[in-house]
Design a protein around this ligand. Structure first.
Ligand SMILES: *Cc1c(COP(=O)(O)O)cnc(C)c1O
Length: 395
């Protein structure tokens, strides 16, 4: 990276180049390549007039530092947003974004496949403020318009659902919402802005759990809220009012993660697809829920809108008893049993959405396991899964 004239904006490049360049200005920091960690609450003003005026770039640690600006600017570049607010977790990003578009007595539409804690937020805090949430079939498409009410403020999407992998027709839903002045929010943690840029498809507010692929090493909790020019002022104001800001170390680690995001994702995608295809041929497996496979019912939408896939997908096993499924998951040597994903390590968890769903029925015909394919050698992972599947049949 070369020294740049502050007044001439940098040329835009392809995503893999952008993650290297975005949000960096080494010559602002004596030539050091990475933006340093600024720790601080107090920011001193040179004069009373500066303190009282609005002239200072930084006024208080909670309101932003060169470290947080660096990450926010990088994410805005990748998302094509007017601005980005940062929060200490993906869930706080979701909560902040929803609070910025909802009002007391308002109506909210949320995909039935949404991340569990998103629903929990709607059913507790939002409900206590008189917000009514209706869940909808993720495959509803432009049929969403039948659910709009006089007081509908927002539609919340997550595509694909991060357990069950239904794809949503984002442009079709956004078009209907836009016609009614309804805000469209999307949890885009699965694809990241490397493989899908929600704002280019009609979404107003794009949310990422940076905890997952952005951090990439299972050592950070962080959330990003990128919004278009219409919605960013509200997002920023809500975030500022709530006083929700991530710690400097986590922001630094997210910036570090960002630099290798594109190359890591490529490997997650490649290994994930290799393993998904291998699993789809196994007799123990009833189906593989991976939108990049031609066999997936929403493959066309994925192909039309997304430019890649991450390493997260699910499998539905034949009708084995619960104990056998636990035996399979516990028998895997390389797959940890744990929530979260997006780190370098492979993970496997059994799940059942039967009780979560309200608009649709979750009945895949057998027990389901979600896999995160990490950065290990895919042949080692296949050998591990092969040994695990043998345990499944043996128990
Ligand atoms: C993990 C996750 C979140 C929440 O992120 P946290 O940082 O754990 O709060 C939100 N949405 C999706 C799809 C996730 O997988």
């Amino acid at each position: 990276m070369k020294k740049r004239d502050k007044n001439s904006p940098r040329r835009k490049f392809r995503p893999a180049t952008e993650v290297v360049l975005a949000g960096r200005d080494p010559f602002q920091f004596e030539g050091f390549v990475n933006t340093p960690i600024y720790r601080g609450s107090t920011v001193l003003a040179p004069t009373v007039a500066d303190y009282l005026g609005k002239s200072m770039r930084y006024v208080y640690g909670r309101r932003g530092t060169p470290t947080t600006d660096s990450l926010a600017e990088a994410i805005s570049g990748l998302e094509g947003s007017a601005g980005t607010a940062l929060t200490p977790s993906g869930l706080s990003a979701i909560a902040t974004a929803l609070l910025s578009v909802m009002r007391a007595g308002g109506h909210l539409l949320v995909t039935d496949s949404a991340y569990g804690p998103t629903r929990h937020f709607c059913e507790t805090i939002l409900k206590s403020f008189g917000v009514e949430t209706t869940y909808f079939d993720p495959r509803i498409g432009d049929g969403i318009k039948a659910l709009f009410k006089e007081n509908t403020c927002a539609v919340f999407l997550e595509s694909p659902g991060s357990l069950t992998f239904e794809m949503q027709d984002v442009p079709a839903i956004a078009k209907q919402a836009k016609a009614r002045g309804i805000a469209v929010l999307m949890d885009n943690t699965w694809a990241t802005p490397i493989y899908f840029r929600p704002l280019e498809h009609g979404v107003d507010i794009s949310i990422q759990a940076g905890t997952k692929y952005l951090g990439g090493h299972a050592d950070v909790n962080l959330g990003t809220i990128a919004a278009n020019a219409e919605y960013f002022p509200r997002v920023k104001e809500t975030n500022g009012s709530l006083g929700i800001n991530p710690g400097p170390e986590d922001v630094f680690l997210s910036l570090r993660g960002l630099r290798t995001l594109a190359v890591r994702l490529e490997r997650h995608m490649e290994s994930g697809l290799t393993i998904a295809k291998w699993l789809s041929k196994r007799r123990e497996v009833a189906s593989v829920l991976h939108p990049a496979l031609a066999s997936h019912p929403d493959h066309k939408i994925w192909k039309r809108d997304f430019s890649g896939a991450c390493g997260l997908f699910s499998i539905v096993l034949k009708d084995y008893p619960k104990a056998a499924v636990s035996h399979f998951v516990e028998g895997l040597e390389l797959f940890g049993i744990g929530a979260s994903w997006g780190g370098y390590e492979s993970l496997a968890i059994p799940f059942d959405c039967t009780k979560l769903r309200t608009a649709t029925k979750w009945n895949p015909g057998g027990p389901a396991v979600r896999l995160h394919i990490g950065l290990e050698d895919p042949d080692d992972l296949i050998a591990d899964l092969e040994a695990g599947l043998k345990l499944l049949s043996a128990s």
